[in-house]
Design a protein around this ligand. Structure first.
Ligand code: PFF
Length: 455
């Protein structure tokens, strides 16, 4: 691809900047909220093991596939599949599906991200004694309040995107990721000084293999797709800004390890914190069913209760910091969700980045405001665009790459930055995964999800 294209579309400034941006996309609400609550819900460490396998067997090969398609075509997902298929409309549909999933996932992601802001503010406001305002800020059902914080979060995301690839996305993630990691570690150290954390830790690291059921496999693979930002072309888009000297296989390995690692570390915070909350008298299990409360209740009810019980300035500080942590993680992911449709509009409709970001960001914000007032839409969108949408996208990407573009061409692309790739066994192993293992596993999971839904 010509340098002028790289110049006009933008590219990552440094190798590390790209890895951090892709890790920023991957590390989000899915890690700090989704992963720990899924672990607690699904038999502790047994879930972690299955999740690790899903990331390794399906996630990692697919991430390499997405980076490679992106770097080869230097285009958004729609343009990428068009280019590799000589403008085949069916192939372009894979990209369109990704763009749609990006828009729709972002529309509920912004609402939840908005909650992280309103809860961070609530911690301060209630410390200052403005109880009525604090109650409003903590009221998940208040549509107007939801809409305000949703739009605020949308604006933050749009502003970063308008800055471009290296000056906007790369610079923002380079600043935000270290802060995120620092906050996470400080909070873990603090939580481990509190009573009940040991019990949480035990539950986190003790596997209960009796919980391994087909449903658990579904949850683990779904979580892996969402957490690694796979299946909708976010990583095709990020890969499209890569220079030819970067090793995509190595980069994918770093991003996968960073994502899984931060999810695991986040579990060391959230699960012990839940048990600390229990030790301080807050219920975490539903008394009727005996099951753990839903993830929304745990994060936006149980944990604020714990911060309240810690009390005083310290409780406020811990609570505020926790919600800022969630917000930062969400921001580096929402950027990548918005970048997919924005890059499509820039490439395919020749619209300048700033204008594209405001138009697409505006459309997503309108949908997100509708979701703010109708929270039941979140479950619907999660089911269609996340639980079905991402694995479906991943399946189509795998099949397209393996049987239409061909793995040999992909390996040739990977050679840029990994010169001796053909002297290693990597191409053979990766080909088996992309051609057979990944599509079969994803198909089984998709089929079972739909079967369970229908029957
Ligand atoms: N990976 C993000 C998280 O774990 O919260 C969510 C996400 C971002 C999903 C980007 C998909 C995506 F393309």
């Amino acid at each position: 691809m010509s340098d002028s294209n790289t110049e006009s579309r933008g590219s990552w400034n440094t190798k590390f900047g790209f890895i951090l941006a892709a890790a920023g996309s991957a590390v989000g609400l899915g890690n700090i909220w989704g992963f720990p609550t899924q672990v607690a819900d699904n038999g502790g460490a047994a879930f972690i093991l299955i999740y690790l396998l899903c990331c390794l067997i399906v996630g990692f090969p697919l991430m390499i596939a997405e980076f490679t398609i992106g770097r080869n075509t230097q285009k958004n997902p729609v343009g990428a599949f068009k280019k590799l298929s000589n403008n085949n409309i069916y192939a372009a549909l894979i990209g369109f599906w990704g763009v749609l999933c990006g828009l729709m996932i972002l529309s509920f992601y912004l609402v939840i991200s908005g909650w992280t802001l309103s809860f961070a503010l609530e911690e301060i406001v209630s410390y200052l004694g403005f109880n009525e305002l604090a109650n409003t800020l903590a009221d998940l059902g208040n549509g107007y309040k939801n809409a305000i914080f949703t739009v605020l979060f949308g604006l933050l995301t749009i502003v970063i995107i308008t800055g471009g690839v290296s000056k906007g996305i790369e610079r923002a993630t380079k600043t935000l990721m270290p802060i995120l990691l620092g906050i996470l570690l400080i909070l873990i150290i603090y939580i481990f000084t509190l009573e009940g954390s040991g019990e949480g830790l035990r539950m986190y690291v003790t596997p209960d293999f009796s919980t391994i059921t087909p449903d658990l496999l579904l949850s683990a693979l779904g979580q892996a797709f969402f957490s690694l930002s796979l299946g909708m072309g976010a990583l095709i888009t990020y890969g499209s800004y890569l220079k030819k000297n970067q090793n995509v296989v190595e980069s994918a390995a770093y991003v996968t390890v960073a994502d899984v690692g931060i999810a695991f570390v986040a579990g060391l915070l959230v699960i012990p914190a839940m048990f600390v909350a229990q030790a301080s008298g807050i219920q975490i299990f539903n008394p009727e069913t005996g099951a753990l409360f839903s993830s929304v209740t745990l994060v936006f009810d149980v944990l604020p209760g714990l911060f309240g019980n810690i009390g005083g300035f310290l409780g406020t500080l811990v609570g505020f910091t926790f919600f800022i942590l969630l917000g930062l993680a969400a921001l580096t992911s929402s950027i990548s969700l918005l970048e997919v449709p924005v890059s499509y509009v820039i490439d395919e409709h020749n619209i300048k980045r700033k204008k594209a970001a405001w138009i697409v960001g505006g459309i997503v914000s309108v949908i997100a405001v509708i979701v703010s007032f109708n929270l039941n839409l979140i479950d619907v969108f999660v089911f269609i665009f996340n639980e079905i949408g991402l694995p479906l996208g991943g399946l189509m990407i795998c099949i397209f790459l393996a049987y239409f573009w061909k793995t040999e061409n992909a390996v040739l692309e990977m050679k840029n930055g990994f010169e001796n790739i053909e002297e290693t066994s990597f191409p053979k192993i990766w080909t088996i995964f992309v051609k057979f293992i990944c599509p079969v596993l994803i198909f089984i999971v998709l089929f079972t999800t739909l079967y369970n839904y229908i029957f």
